[in-house]
Design a protein around this ligand. Structure first.
Ligand SMILES: Nc1ncnc2c1ncn2[C@@H]1O[C@H](COP(=O)(O)OP(=O)(O)OP(=O)(O)O)[C@@H](O)[C@H]1O
Ligand SMILES: [Mg+2]
Length: 320
């Protein structure tokens, strides 16, 4: 597998996109020292995507409303938003497990109308078969695909090694910690070499230390596999740490409030979280999530004004 160098990628908004006031398309908060990489061809396109559920009481629930945006091959994009805003709904539509009520999601230019080959999906619950060993859980997609048994085993071994579980191939899920089980789920999702990894709060149930470790592991795995990752999280720091871009969602009905480019070199070390620059990203994301009104005016200008009180004068100079 080849390592992929990730970098800041500017978005390519659809006309009428809600991508945030004076920074359309996800421009970086910081003036770039070098020109931002030109966006690659769009792998995923969200085109005015909306979802209306019919609730049990018969009333329509508009969960997602007019989501626009594109994601390029090799990007790591996080979807960050308040609880109940529609993140899982958006992920299920992307994964082809749910149909949009309006608009369209396209993968490699074709509408997503059902589960697709080339997608790996990881949910908050690892959903492992307790009667199968680690290796047998990981080789399940290859078995379902009908690959030769030797190839199933070879792929499973490689993926187990990639997620750092070499030596645990013959263990059962009950013999693993929560973090190890989630690694098995990630290995299974990667086992057929997906071009897209869809992850819905995969680390939500883990303790803080394990979560931090898993963030480092996921960064390494995504760089080594080269897979495009769309990652749902509640955690502002996790989103800023892992992502090339963060799609910040509004409350329900959810739409893209702003796309923030995180211009930090990779691989990122945990210590990066202690830097002023990281602090500015976190403050900005928090200000977006904490606001209840129209946030389109909360852009880099207002952040620059707020920076001295939020992050100290050194960071304020970085922003000016
Ligand atoms: N099958 C359904 N029928 C009716 N309403 C639904 C259904 N599924 C989800 N909803 C509603 O749609 C909204 C979005 O739900 P969703 O699970 O996508 O939110 P979320 O952002 O993933 O939340 P969380 O962060 O808590 O996981 C919620 O208000 C939820 O009540
Ligand atoms: Mg959810």
């Amino acid at each position: 597998m080849t390592a992929v160098a990730r970098g800041p990628v500017q978005g390519m908004p659809f006309p009428g996109t809600h991508e945030g006031g004076d920074r359309p398309g996800g421009a970086a908060l910081f003036p770039a020292g070098v020109p931002a990489r030109e966006p690659g061809p769009a792998l995923i396109e969200f085109d005015r995507v909306a979802k209306v559920y019919n609730a049990a009481d018969g009333r329509p629930v508009r969960a997602v409303d007019s989501v626009n945006g594109t994601i390029s091959a090799g990007e790591f994009v996080s979807i960050l938003g308040p609880s109940g805003c529609g993140k899982s709904t958006l992920m299920m539509m992307l994964a082809g497990l749910l149909r949009p009520t309006e608009g369209e999601i396209r993968f490699k230019g074709k509408p997503v109308v059902g589960p697709q080959e080339g997608f790996g999906i990881v949910f908050q619950d690892p959903v492992l078969f307790p009667w199968r060993t680690v290796q047998d859980n990981v080789r399940l997609p290859a078995e379902v695909r009908g690959l030769h048994k030797d190839e199933q085993i070879e792929r499973a071994r490689a993926m187990v090694a990639l997620v750092g579980l070499r030596g645990f191939e013959s263990k059962y899920p009950s013999e693993l910690s929560g973090g190890m089980q989630q690694r098995v789920a990630i290995a299974r999702a990667l086992s057929l070499g997906p071009s897209l990894l869809v992850m819905d709060e995969p680390f939500g149930a883990l303790d803080a230390m394990t979560r931090e470790q898993m963030n480092l592991e996921l960064q390494r795995i995504s760089l080594e596999s080269g897979a495009t990752v769309v990652f749902v999280t509640h955690s502002i720091a996790e989103a800023a740490f892992l992502s090339d871009r963060v799609f910040v969602m509004s409350g329900r009905p959810s739409t893209v409030r702003e796309i923030l480019t995180v211009d930090l070199p990779r691989p990122r070390a945990i210590e990066q979280m202690n830097t002023d620059k990281f602090g500015v990203y976190v403050s900005h994301l928090r200000s977006l999530l904490n606001s209840h009104g129209d946030l389109s005016c909360v852009g880099s200008r207002s952040l620059r004004r707020a920076a001295p009180s939020v992050c100290g004068s050194r960071t304020a100079r970085l922003l000016s």
